[in-house]
Design a binder for this molecule. Structure first.
Ligand code: GLA
Length: 644
């Protein structure tokens, strides 16, 4: 049993019946039942239909939808419907619409049109959430609450006067006095000394580069402001339905929101993932984000949205070729999801998403897409027993939002090319290629259970960070540079990590676009550093160019420092893994080994242990062949999994 009361794996998608005449609904639920759908996400954008006029509710249609779903054995992931305010609210209170950094108030006509700090919006959203919860608290279809939708998708920040007030309140709590803020923001630079909090504004478009300490605080504030909005709805749901799990759909690895903080407020982590079928490596980046989702609570999560085939929001929307939808779905399960849900059930006839694929395409049951839906439904039934199983990882990758926000502040860095996702992937991709299970972790949690802890970047670092590591520690470039106020540590990088790593960074040495720098540990791009070794040994040196012969990788005891962005930085470590052919992914959940062939040719793999493939019910051992874009879910005979 997973996080909801629905047994087995969850299967379904966003269901928008309000876009269709009621005659169509009967066919919807009949086909859902035929495909094995057991959950539908409903009412995500339904505010204007549920409350067409202030305080006047129209529940009838949603009553009938929920009844129909329940009669067909389908549970509801019921939204609080607050993702788009209705036009009457916007016209009565134009100030609920967000304002961009240049001061333009955005217009109604899309979705997510709200200022995260608007008290009017919050009051109305909470009122609606309460009304929805009171109405449906005892409905037998209700299995999960879906608050709002993809926070920060369109509206991460707003620069209106209300947001400014909210920012000042947030700053007041953080700093206590204007002098503390001046200190933290280093306002002696460029003459920004404030004498009152009332003089402080959000970082709107300014004549030149904005104070980077202010920018980092703004990023923290924006994440917190949306979380406050989420929290306001959540408390109402908690009060009325204490036993119904609450989620909001995350957007994979998102710069704008600190998902560690967010996940702590949820019962179940859910994610929306849209790997681009046109990118042959997209399964690697998406695996990293799935591992983050699992790591946020160290337990199973839910893929709440994915595309059955093409999306409609890229410049060019390439469909998923045969087999890819199934393979990508199994990949989410492999990385800890307890189900596969899609956007959306029935392909829209109108609106911006009319060309977005769906489980039931425009062409109906005659289509390839529908056959894919039916097949996946069967597979998920065969895999029901994996629901609730957990994942063990010996390797942890540190992801720290403060560092990310500091690192990617525009206009004031040694290089704007050093990007956190790229750094994470440079470590993750080679581990993934060897079937090594990886957790994501915070720098301030207990890391003593991991054999290897890798911090691809920890730009903003406190003295406590990483002290609990007992295994091998690897710290990537441009780490330990600043404190939480974005002030450079005394003596420079790696600041509080200096004694641990036994080195000092003399000078950052970013590489020009397109340039590479050879090292004895492989080719570096984007970034290098001039290192002085104190009491560390040199593991690899730079070769050629201005840094010729200087240390590139160092080691003191169990702590490595890698001063550049290497093609395969894992080559310096000895992390055991599986010998997998290119394109084959291997991941474990307890004693279930998922082998996924992302390649377009068959691949041979030697199984680490015999077992039964749950997808074909065949017993397998030794060398096996996996067809192109096919998968094996091996239930190993032994209960003691062999972790790579
Ligand atoms: C996001 C949204 C959905 C839909 C899909 C389309 O995930 O949450 O409402 O717009 O994108 O890909």
């Amino acid at each position: 049993m997973g996080a909801t009361r629905v047994p087995g794996l969850l299967f379904g998608g966003d269901y928008n019946p309000e876009q269709w005449p009621e005659e169509v609904w009967a066919e919807d639920v009949r086909l859902m039942a035929e495909a094995g759908v057991n959950m539908a996400t409903v009412a995500v954008f339904s505010w204007s239909r549920l409350e067409p006029r202030p305080g006047v509710y129209d529940w009838g249609w949603l009553d009938r939808v929920l009844d129909l779903l329940h009669e067909h054995g389908i549970a509801a992931d019921l939204a609080t419907a607050t993702a788009t305010p209705p036009p009457w609210l916007v016209r009565e209170h134009p100030e609920v619409m967000p304002v961009d950094a240049a001061g333009t108030r955005l217009e109604f006509g899309s979705r997510q049109g709200y200022c995260p700090s608007s008290p009017v919006f919050k009051e109305h959203a909470v009122r609606l959430a309460r009304a929805v919860a009171e109405r449906y608290k005892d409905h037998p279809a209700l299995a999960m609450w879906h608050i709002s939708n993809e926070y920060a998708d369109h509206t991460l920040e707003c620069f209106c006067p209300e947001s400014a007030r909210h920012f000042r309140t947030w700053l007041g709590k953080r700093y206590g006095s204007i002098e503390a803020l001046n200190q933290a923001w280093g306002t002696s630079c460029w003459g920004q000394h404030y004498t009152s909090l009332d003089q402080v504004e959000p970082p709107r478009k300014a004549p030149g580069p904005v104070n980077p300490s202010q920018l980092v605080d703004w990023r923290r504030f924006c994440s917190d402001a949306l979380l406050e909005l989420f929290g306001a709805e959540k408390s109402v749901l908690r009060e009325i339905t204490p036993d119904i799990p609450v989620t909001t759909n995350f957007m994979s690895i998102l710069h704008g929101l600190d998902y560690w903080k967010w996940a702590a407020e949820e019962d179940l982590v859910s994610d929306d993932a849209y790997p681009d079928p046109a990118d042959p490596e997209s399964h690697v980046a998406v695996a990293l984000s799935y591992d983050l989702m699992r790591s946020l609570k160290r337990k199973p999560w839910l893929l709440l949205e994915s595309a059955p085939s093409a999306v409609s929001w890229r410049e060019v929307n390439v469909p998923k070729p045969p087999g890819m939808m199934r393979l990508h779905s199994l990949q989410a399960l492999a990385h800890g999801s307890d189900g596969v849900m899609f956007f959306q059930w029935r392909q829209a006839a109108y609106g911006p998403e009319k060309f977005h694929s769906a489980m039931l395409p425009h062409g109906g049951t005659a289509t390839r897409g529908w056959q894919d839906t039916l097949r996946l439904g069967r597979d998920l039934r065969d895999l029901a027993e994996i629901a609730g199983t957990t994942t063990k990882a010996d390797v942890a990758l540190i992801l720290d939002w403060d560092s990310w926000w500091g690192l990617e502040a525009p206009e004031s860095m040694p290089s704007n090319r050093l990007r956190l996702k790229e750094l994470l992937l440079s470590w993750y991709a080679p581990l993934h290629a060897r079937g090594v299970n990886v957790d994501l972790a915070r720098p301030d949690e207990d890391l003593s259970g991991y054999r290897v802890v890798i911090a691809p970047n920890l730009y903003m670092c406190t003295a406590e960070s990483l002290r609990t590591v007992t295994g091998q520690l690897v710290v990537g470039p441009f780490s330990g540079v600043v404190d939480p106020n974005d002030h450079v540590h005394p003596g420079g990088a790696p600041g509080p990590l200096a004694d641990l790593l036994g080195i000092a960074v003399d000078e950052f040495w970013p590489l020009p676009d397109g340039a590479t720098q050879e090292t004895t540990a492989g080719t570096a791009r984007t970034w290098a550093e001039w290192i002085r070794v104190q009491d560390a040994e040199v593991v690899a040196t730079y070769q050629g160019g201005e840094l010729d012969g200087l240390p590139a990788v160092t080691r003191k005891g169990n702590a490595y420092y890698v001063s550049c962005l290497l093609d395969d930085p894992t080559a310096i470590l000895s992390i055991e893994g599986l010998d997998l052919p290119d394109g084959v992914e291997a991941t474990r959940r307890e004693n279930y080994l998922f082998l996924l062939n992302h390649a377009t040719t068959p691949k041979k793999v030697i199984l680490p242990a015999p077992g039964r493939d749950l997808l074909t019910q065949q017993d397998l051992e030794g060398e096996i062949e996996i067809a192109p874009r096919d998968a094996i879910v091996l239930k190993e005979s032994s209960d003691t999994p062999v972790y790579p």
